[in-house]
Design a protein around this ligand. Sequence first.
Ligand SMILES: Cc1cc2nc3c(=O)[nH]c(=O)nc-3n(C[C@H](O)[C@H](O)[C@H](O)COP(=O)(O)O)c2cc1C
Length: 194
Amino acid sequence: MNFTELVTKSRSYRRFYEEKTIDRSILEEMVNCARLIPSAQNLQPLKYLVVDGKERELVFQTLKWAGYLTEWDGPSEGERPAAYIVILSDTEISKNVKWDHGIAAQTILLCSMSHGIGGCIIGSVNKAQLSDSLYIPERYTIELVIALGYPKEKVVIDEINDGDDIRYYRDKDETHHVPKRKLKDVLFFPESFK
Ligand SMILES: Cc1cc2nc3c(=O)[nH]c(=O)nc-3n(C[C@H](O)[C@H](O)[C@H](O)COP(=O)(O)O)c2cc1C
């Protein structure tokens, strides 16, 4: 897979073969890749909590899935993530983490897809509940949760025109469609360049 193929395949997956566990070494490789990302002022304030045991249920209870799929309550038992990586920021290093967690999240997803593992960045997290149930010390702020597992759904990209609906949907075969704007519509040319 070349890099563009990897990025294209690295969609948000929300249904998994829950029973297919992810090797701990692969989960740690994902964190190792995230460790190497750029960081503002090279502060490296992020820490990573890998959850691949029974605590997965506690994480799952705090997540909101696929806001546009209003008829769907999230993955059912047997299709839930095999693991999570909770991205934390350490407030003793920085209280103002602006972008690092976004870069880390995508790096984790690309690393996971390079192993055929899918994932989804979850920002809609009940952070207070998750901190309490995992006993995360106050010093750490939960930034994002990455859900991970071997994908049990097909996800395709649909190219759309400017003004078209950007909401993802599932078709009658349960294929998940993700609308993406065309290259020509995201390449911006100011008048002065013409
Ligand atoms: C910062 C961020 C937060 C997100 N939060 C959620 C979330 O809370 N729940 C969810 O199901 N998907 C979430 N997503 C996934 C987006 O819905 C997804 O990226 C979008 O639908 C486009 O699909 P794609 O990732 O396959 O391109 C989030 C993505 C990003 C980048």
